[in-house]
Design a binder for this molecule. Structure first.
Ligand code: ZN
Length: 139
């Protein structure tokens, strides 16, 4: 069902500060920095081979990421695995007894279909599913 790791999301207090280590010290390139006002976050993408690190900084106190940061501090927020058919994947995971946050896919900032699986079902790890897009570009 899974075809790869699309990205690993890391919550940070300040993207510019985080880039001092992730870009400057680790030497990773930044492909994109983007504001996502409707989710109350700013994100930076750093490709690593076939996958990407996604730094996520809350820009609104109301966002889920802000609550995560307050409760747990900086760190890994979720991992995202690619699937070919997200509806089929959700059906299968639900049948397997996993708790889905999204019963139906939502549309992400790059127009892709995505859905989240509850961390309580996966040993404390929030899992995101991405449906692979033709051509595999991230927009
Ligand atoms: Zn993600």
């Amino acid at each position: 069902m899974f075809t790869g790791v699309d990205h690993i999301a890391i919550v940070v207090r300040d993207i510019q500060e985080a880039l001092k280590v992730y870009r400057d010290a680790l030497g990773l390139e930044v492909s994109e920095i983007k504001e996502v006002p409707d989710q109350g976050v700013r994100v930076a993408f750093l490709p690593v081979g076939e996958t990407r690190l996604e730094l996520v900084q809350p820009t609104s106190e109301e966002s889920g990421v802000a609550r995560f940061l307050e409760k747990r501090g900086e760190g890994i927020h979720h991992i995202c695995l690619k699937v070919r058919d997200i509806e089929a994947a959700l059906k299968q995971l639900s049948k397997a007894g996993l708790k889905l946050i999204d019963e139906k896919p939502r549309i992400g900032i790059h127009g892709q279909k995505l859905a989240f699986v509850h961390p309580k079902s996966l040993c404390g790890v929030l899992l995101e599913l991405y449906e692979e897009q033709e051509g595999g570009s991230y927009g």
